[in-house]
Design a protein around this ligand. Structure first.
Ligand code: 4NP
Length: 169
């Protein structure tokens, strides 16, 4: 496993660590976490990875059954994941916090402590051609919405693994 260092414009010594954030931490961010865990492992990257929600409604619950089914369609069991809410320590613990949509990003910026080290960004800003776009929120839709969400978070996971892999060299 290669232990990664974060980019120089944030802090030279803190290892790269990534937190994926959505609203409930039961649909989009657990899928992003699962996709990125797979990519990071495949690339041999030793990165701390987690996900959280800006809201607290689902704290302690497993991912939405439709998200679990979507992950299983890709061979990943996320049934042991449990939702948690973002907290102030996350801004010091993680080098990168990636928001699923613009509201999540605004909420993160509003709560970030002045000395928070984490670099905040929109998840799809890391995907060429999808910059500025939100990950599709499938919660209030039909099951097929989760396939689109998976597609987007997978592209982001691949892009992030490439980016962090290149930084490490
Ligand atoms: P997530 O999806 O933020 O991707 O986990 C949602 C989960 C719950 C709610 C909305 C979106 N909700 O309104 O409870």
């Amino acid at each position: 496993m290669r232990r990664l260092r974060r980019d120089h414009f944030t802090s030279p010594m803190k290892p790269i660590s990534v937190l994926f954030v959505c609203l409930g931490n039961i649909c989009r961010s657990p899928l992003a976490e699962a996709a990125f865990r797979r990519e990071a492992q495949g690339a041999g990257l030793d990165i701390a990875i987690d996900s959280a929600g800006t809201g607290d409604w689902h704290v302690g619950k497993p991912p939405d059954p439709r998200a679990r089914a979507e992950a299983m369609r890709h061979g990943i069991d996320i049934s042991s994941y449990r939702a948690r809410q973002v907290n102030l320590q996350d801004f010091g613990r993680f080098s990168h916090i990636l928001a699923a949509d613009h509201q999540n990003l605004a909420d993160l910026r509003a709560m970030a402590p002045p000395d928070g080290e984490a670099a905040l960004s929109l998840l799809l800003d890391h995907v060429e051609g999808l910059e500025g776009q939100a990950v599709a929120d499938p919660y209030f839709g039909e099951e097929d919405g989760f396939a689109e969400t998976w597609q987007q978070v997978s592209l982001a996971a691949q892009a992030l693994a490439r980016k962090f892999g290149v930084q490490e060299r």
